[in-house]
Ligand binder design. Structure first.
Ligand code: LMR
Length: 398
């Protein structure tokens, strides 16, 4: 019955992560997937999260279905974290927010909503992209296109080329943007550049869709939300998919949010109803446990403050690792320009390594980096930096 279907080629990130686990190299290093590992190479259970989980384990309440839009206390917490505690659009009731199955679920629900509202609209996605963006929007029936984003010569933003492309888009085109910690490059626009991007969105009547999967991992929880808040201040209507997978280290709990900023409170009410309809037809409602874990941390002032220090520690460790790699490479391979380790931000850095070099890293040294050359920085720590930089030098010198 299904013989006519094509073999699934596998996911470029999850597939290589699986291959890493099968490898038996004694010094293997996993730099594939966007998971935060601590200095000991472990995925942390944050103490703020563990405290809530313990309370929930003792809580005999029945695990009933959540409403289609999710837990009310979770949704208001999403709004505070993403838009800021003093957000005007939130206070005016212009933001429709739902709890979603991770950031990926938020993208899917948002894509379905947009396809229902604007069936002819295409989406423009950064080049290079997080591959799943194309799959999610394509799967929702939306034609996907690319806009230039990364300049391999500078290992920075191809801002002029990006703006030239955005300036040509038809009205009501969807533009997928990463407010911080761009995946896969780690290259972000400056606040001034964001203001120029916002001006084009307004001028051309474009629909920004922000994917905020790494809030807190770049410059800070508030700083990383700059683009979200600047768009709200500019009076734009837009969507934001946010994820707590990384910044609360609750990947498998599938905790995300989708917020749609509307022109009025009435429109937000209408949109909320449509979001519920989309959720109902895909998966009915979001998870009870994950929802209560996140709400339990974010709504308790003491735990919230503790969580912020935990995120800060993750961010600082990644910054230290970037600095250490830069120093080691400067000593081991003085001619090599490793400044991108310092300039790019968040969990990823875009190495520009060739396919041959990446294969050699895997086969000769057990160092796993996905085929785009994106390095997941948290896989590095003091115990494996020497091996990583030696391996890099070996393939760069060949
Ligand atoms: C990544 O990019 O590695 C993460 O966002 C995990 C994923 O779902 O791909």
């Amino acid at each position: 019955m299904f013989q006519h279907l094509q073999q699934y080629a596998g996911d470029p990130i999850f597939g290589l992560n699986d291959a890493f686990h099968r490898n038996t190299h004694p010094q293997k290093i996993n730099l594939t997937i966007g998971l935060y590992y601590d200095e000991n190479g472990r995925i942390p259970v944050l103490p703020s999260v563990a405290a809530v989980q313990k309370e929930l384990a003792d809580d005999p309440s029945p695990r009933v279905y959540l409403p289609m839009e999710g837990l009310a206390s979770y949704r208001s917490a999403v709004q505070r974290v993403v838009f800021g505690a003093d957000s005007r659009v939130v206070a005016e009731g212009k933001v429709a927010t739902i709890q979603t199955l991770g950031g990926t679920g938020a993208l899917k629900v948002g894509a379905d909503l947009l396809h229902d509202a604007y069936p002819l609209a295409g989406v423009w996605i950064s080049d290079p992209a997080w591959d799943n963006h194309h799959a999610i929007f394509g799967g929702a029936g939306i034609t996907t296109h690319s806009y230039p984003y990364y300049d391999p010569d500078t290992k920075g933003l191809a801002f002029d080329a990006m703006m030239n492309c955005l300036n040509e888009l038809p009205a009501r085109s969807i533009v997928l943007l990463h407010p911080c910690c761009h995946n896969p490059t780690g290259v972000d626009p400056t606040p001034e550049q964001w203001q120029q991007i916002i001006a084009v969105m307004l001028e051309r009547g474009l629909i920004p869709f922000l994917d905020l999967a790494y809030q807190g991992m770049g410059e800070g929880m508030e700083e990383d939300a700059y683009a979200v808040r600047a768009m709200a201040d500019a009076g734009l209507s837009f969507l934001v998919a946010n994820s707590f997978s990384k910044n609360l280290s609750v990947y498998g709990e599938r905790c995300g949010g989708l917020s749609v900023v509307c022109a009025s409170a009435d429109e937000a009410e209408l949109v909320l109803g449509q979001l519920k309809a989309v959720v109902r037809r895909i998966y009915s409602s979001a998870p009870w446990h994950g929802g209560h874990v996140v709400a339990g941390v974010l709504n308790d002032p003491q735990r919230h403050a503790q969580w912020l220090t935990e995120v800060e520690a993750m961010r600082r460790r990644m910054a230290q690792v970037r600095k250490a790699v830069h120093e080691m490479l400067a000593a081991k391979l003085p001619g090599y320009d490793a400044d991108y380790f310092l300039q790019q931000k968040g969990m990823f850095t875009y190495s520009g390594l060739s396919r041959e070099q990446l294969v050699a890293l895997r086969e000769r040294h057990g160092v796993y980096i996905i085929d785009s050359g994106r390095i997941a920085v948290p896989g590095l720590n003091n115990a494996n930096l020497e091996h990583f930089t030696d391996a890099l030098v070996d393939v760069l010198e060949r």
